[in-house]
Design a protein around this ligand. Structure first.
Ligand code: THU
Length: 160
């Protein structure tokens, strides 16, 4: 019997001033998307922005529903919007930001399990890694170079 140890690698930015110009632009678009979130039930607003390889930036935010499970996360709103409008484009990066009724949350808000699985689908489909940036309202920003850093042993269509 052996032990298998899996490690993940991330880049940590102290704040957005350490981002490249292009990544900071994506950060600003995610904040803009967050400001339009529809989150009356959780008061937890999430914004996501994607950079496609055709240069387009797509935004999404969480959309809640009185029937709670009918709501949707910001990441999947953005990804499916991109996939439905530009089915042949590759997603290069996704930026995720969140805020809540608690002012200035500095916790790193990482994508939920279902959103990770959705990002995995498109990473596999396009045979290209997707850079994933995430942060709270303030504080540090984390970048993973690929979804694989967040979801080892990913299930994808190579098993089917
Ligand atoms: N939410 C997201 O939009 N993305 C995530 O990755 C985590 C959670 C939303 C869903 C719901 O509207 C609110 O945050 C609280 O869970």
């Amino acid at each position: 019997m052996n032990e298998l140890k899996i490690t993940s690698k991330f880049t940590v930015y102290n704040n957005n001033s350490e981002l490249s110009k292009q990544d900071n632009e994506l950060f600003i678009k995610a904040i803009e998307a967050r400001s339009k979130a529809y989150a009356p039930y959780s008061q937890f607003s999430v914004g996501a922005s994607l950079l496609l390889n055709n240069g387009t930036i797509i935004q999404g935010n969480n959309q809640e529903n009185a029937a709670y499970p009918s709501g949707m996360c910001a990441e999947r709103v953005a990804i499916w919007s991109a996939a439905s409008q530009y089915p042949d484009a590759k997603i290069l990066k996704i930026f995720i930001v969140a805020n809540s009724s608690t002012p200035n949350i500095d916790k790193l808000v990482s994508p939920c399990g279902a959103c990770r699985q959705t990002i995995a689908e498109y990473e596999f489909k396009q045979s290209k890694n997707i850079e994933i940036f995430f942060s709270g309202e303030t504080g540090k920003i984390i970048k993973a170079n690929s979804l694989k850093e967040l979801l080892p042993f990913t299930f994808d269509n190579s098993f089917l």
